[in-house]
Design a binder for this molecule. Sequence first.
Ligand code: UD1
Length: 362
Amino acid sequence: MPSPDIALCYGTRPQVIKASVLREELGRSSSVLAVDTGQHYDYALNALLYEQLGVRPPDLFLEVGSGSHGEQTAGILTRVEQVLREQRPRAAVVIGDTNSTLGCALAAAKLRIPVVHVEAGLRATDALMAEEINRRAVDAVAALLCTPSAAATRRVRAERPDARVVETGDVSYDVLQRQTERLPGAAAIVPEILSGEYIYATLHRAELTDRPEVLLGVLGALDSLDRRVVVAVHPRTRAVLEARGLNGALTGSVTLIPAVGYLESLALAREAAAVVTDSGGLQREAYWLGTPCITIRSETEWGETIECGANRLVAPLVAQKLLATAITEQCDQWRSEQRWPRTAYGSGHAAELVTQAVRELI
Ligand code: UD1
């Protein structure tokens, strides 16, 4: 078997989504080996996305699964290294800031296979947050840095004057644009909701799930709102709620539903009065769909959404006090005004631009 031109390595829910469009575009002019580490293995977080986005299963599924950060990253590193040794691609493309991104990038860089980092240049001030460690380390070893925004470009140009930097825009926007025609109605997903009247919420980050009392404070704040709140529960959040026996404790406005597919999540975000989330992906999706967002964090890597007013931060510790007002203000502000321009993260052709840059690299 000849070596593939490119190994496209990924492993979590948001990466399966972004990889769908990258695989298609890269595959037009190059041979692509799709490697799914298996960091995410639940049906709704993995296989369902392949089905919904109409992509072939990966060429290799490495079944790394869950574990501590050390175990998970080490598992990815060792298994991907073996694949890369055998296959010898001319470049390895990695996406975002997860443990799969880090493990795959390190495996490739140590074998002197040029690393392409898609979604390069994002930064948070908390340098020890898992995703921040991952993205800084990957940006440090990448040969080609594909950035989603002008600010990210400036940052990596300053940090890595030796590297190739190409501002491609965000591949998530490509996927969203291709799928918006196919979205179901929100009421087909949760029958009791009315378009424009409910809040769509997701909470899954370690900053919340590692501090169950803070997570419960945020859920309590959502539960006491005066409109229906649909919370799609990530397995990690579900585990915390189950461990505390709290699934039945939310008797107010919150309706808990299991993690949904990509199309359902976009549909729920599109028809919501507002989105409340700690997910980076959903912050941008709300921005592109024109739905006001409240982010339950003290900072965001997607500062452009804040600058235009589409998004607003509420720190988890003060959510109980401030969330209701923040939601009301966000909804009131955008009810009467024209929505924000949606140009901060490219034009929906990021995968083409990544492909062009990769071709030039190899
Ligand atoms: C990971 C990423 C995060 C990204 C998120 C999207 C890292 C460090 N974090 O977080 O940046 O926003 O994916 O979802 O890589 N679990 C299941 N089924 C699964 C996957 C996970 O039940 O299919 C449970 C396991 O108990 C696991 C926990 O969720 O221990 C956390 O999973 P993990 O892969 O560590 O990270 P995510 O929280 O999903």
